[in-house]
Design a binder for this molecule. Sequence first.
Ligand SMILES: C[S@@+](CC[C@H](N)C(=O)[O-])C[C@H]1O[C@@H](n2cnc3c(N)ncnc32)[C@H](O)[C@@H]1O
Length: 260
Amino acid sequence: MPPNIQVFFPKESIPALYPNEKVGERVTTYAEKHTSTIPRHIINYHDHIKTTQPKTANYMIPISEAQALVFLAHTVGAKRVLEIGSYVGFSMLVWSHAVGPQGYVTGLEFEPSFVQMAKEAFAANGVQNTELVVGDALETLQNLAPSEPYDIIFIDAQKTGYPSYLATILRLSQPGAATRLLRPGGLIIADNVLRCGFAADDSEDNPWRNYDFGPHRKEYWKSADVQSVKAYNQTILESQRVESWLCPLWDGVNMSRLLD
Ligand SMILES: C[S@@+](CC[C@H](N)C(=O)[O-])C[C@H]1O[C@@H](n2cnc3c(N)ncnc32)[C@H](O)[C@@H]1O
């Protein structure tokens, strides 16, 4: 008899790589515990948002993904990070820690109440290396004029914007240009590029078709969100300007390195 495979919600830490929920949880907990920790105040903020903002808390990346991003940022020596879609500032706290006090993090977010909460969290934790640009990132991204290019750009806003964000980043990071958004060798990291696996499998074999994503998200597997992340993944694959790894953990993370 094959094992009874359970299906986990992909935004959570527990990836569906193990035969049932118990094993998945234990393996994930083990992996988290055997990975360098991130500071306690960041984990506490994640817990605080989960408790106080239950309707939107799953916007945040999970702790295990945060650990992976810190590792990645340290590996490429990132000092400047741009984040598109910041919610209440959790992942900005993660980047802020990753780049250190001499580094800098810019967040783009259009919801003023989220921006306010993020600013309060930065102040409460003595974080001084962040800035938030309030407005529609489809516009604000194009108008950024950083004094130095970013080392990492993290895309985590509306999924329908992903193709546009990518096009803008590549257009504003031309080889030889006096100013550019992303440095040569910099990373473009896009979250949620598998969308419950629908990007790869939207057939009835995918049990997430039965999940209630809300009244405005009927037949979500056919949605513009899913088509947009598929377009994003395909454009990245076909681009001569990047090399990439589509990491199938969490909800799928597309990691690309700008070659020029
Ligand atoms: C998934 S959440 C970001 C979570 C955050 N990166 C974290 O892990 O803590 C996406 C955020 O993008 C914001 N957003 C969506 N579309 C946007 C747009 N066009 N411009 C600016 N912000 C946008 C939403 O308000 C939301 O707060």
